[in-house]
Design a protein around this ligand. Structure first.
Ligand code: ATP
Ligand code: MG
Length: 395
């Protein structure tokens, strides 16, 4: 009798051509969070099984819950025969994990020659559960817990009702993307949603010391570190942005400052993305949230890059974004009060309907290409998980 975690894939099942890659990636991603080579993970087309051995299955389950590509998961037992005595033993071992007061047993029997029918199996095992725990009651219509029994030709599975996983695709199957990560609420959520679609992310942060503080940068590193629990390490490219920003402040009329600054950010993001094999840019823009996120602004800003810019929260309300930020654990960090480079240079009346001609006219006033080259050449790569101790002290 083996204590196992059973994983169901859901949406993965529909991706016939890629299924091999999907499952291999999912298996690797699960192995990474468990981080214990002695634990065996095996799979077939419908399910993955994690052999918990003597380890704490609740702890393993908690870790696996953060892995994308899992539709449902649960803990249970695998038997190498379908011997009914052993099935009974497994059921007894599961009784203490039954949640709530009421339960039912549901049996699937693919071995049609088995000496008991599905109904008989359910009845006999239900009686055993009642004997083991007299506080429980059977409720076949609306039970709080379901004990699943699967009798196959050569083996059997006994497990409790499944809980929902995060869904989506295993991180990495869709290649890499570059997330523009500010310290705000929106961009970490955008990153989470991109990872959910199987995109492995790296992050880019525009740093403008001394106008932005070391705390603001460390907050971004902390956010990257929180997000890394969903995919493993996230590299952060820190772009020295001060010179460009100061030049914009000097050369560009105040109402266009943000528009031009964002065009510079996009240009730099695309260059860093291309250098690092990222195929898309991801950011936390949301339609209409601020002046630079009107449809006109998006057009004028987007126009400077050719790479797709994915905006996962474009159509979310702020409250929906906040809700998700809380669920994924980034909210408390995002609301810490450190300014980002946009808030320092915020003009009183940013343009809401910017014109491309105006942008080109203002950009001609300074050698922005050189400044961009210089910024890209001086990008620093930080692995926040290695530097954890360094930024912890700021937060
Ligand atoms: P957020 O809550 O994510 O900070 P926001 O509502 O403050 O977003 P903006 O400041 O206009 O909106 O930024 C829009 C998006 O641009 C951000 O979600 C982020 O993806 C990107 N961005 C903004 N500032 C930076 C920065 N300093 N470094 C990296 N990306 C940034
Ligand atoms: Mg912001």
């Amino acid at each position: 009798m083996k204590k196992i975690i059973i994983i169901k894939y859901g949406e993965l099942n529909t991706k016939k051509a890629n299924i091999g890659l999907f499952l291999k990636t999912l298996k690797n991603n699960i192995a990474r969070v468990i981080d214990d080579d002695s634990i065996v993970i095996k799979y077939d087309k419908g399910r993955m099984y994690v052999d918990c051995k003597e380890n704490d299955e609740e702890e393993i389950l908690t870790k696996i819950k953060n892995v994308f590509g899992i539709h449902e998961l649960t803990m249970g037992y695998e038997l190498e025969t379908n011997d009914f005595e052993l099935v009974k033993e497994a059921v007894k071992a599961l009784v203490s994990n039954i949640k709530g007061q009421t339960f039912k047993v549901e049996t699937k029997r693919s071995d049609k020659n088995y000496f008991l029918t599905s109904l008989e199996i359910s009845q006999k095992l239900g009686a055993i559960i009642l004997k083991e725990n007299s506080n429980l009651q059977v409720d076949v219509k609306n039970p709080e817990s379901v004990v699943h029994i699967e009798i196959r030709r050569t083996n059997a599975y006994i497990y409790l009702e499944t809980q929902l996983g995060l869904g989506g695709y295993p991180v990495g199957v869709m290649g890499k993307g570059l997330l523009m990560l500010s310290g705000g609420i929106d961009s970490p959520v955008a990153g989470f949603l991109a990872m959910k679609r199987g995109v492995k992310i790296a992050a880019i942060y525009f740093d403008s010391p001394p106008h932005t503080s070391i705390e603001a940068k460390n907050k971004v590193l902390k956010l990257a570190s929180i997000l890394s629990s969903y995919q493993g390490n996230i590299k952060v490219f820190v772009v020295p942005f001060t010179k460009l920003q100061e030049t914009i402040y000097k050369e560009v009329p105040s109402e266009y400052m943000i528009t031009i600054m964002r065009r510079m950010m996009y240009r730099i993001s695309q260059k860093v993305a291309q250098k690092n094999n990222c195929k898309i840019i991801i950011n936390g823009e949301s339609i209409g949230q601020v002046a630079s996120q009107t449809l006109d602004s998006m057009n004028v800003i987007n126009e400077v890059v050719t790479m797709p810019v994915i905006r996962p929260v474009a159509c979310f309300d702020k409250l929906e974004i906040i809700d998700l930020a809380k669920k994924i654990n980034t909210y408390e960090t995002s609301i810490l009060p450190y300014e980002d480079c946009c808030t320092i240079f915020v003009p009183e009346h940013p343009v809401i309907y910017p014109k491309q001609e105006k942008c080109l006219e203002y950009e001609q006033k300074f050698a922005y290409e050189d400044l961009i080259e210089e910024a890209v050449a001086n990008v620093k790569v930080i692995n926040p998980n290695e530097k954890k101790d360094e930024f912890k002290k700021y937060l």
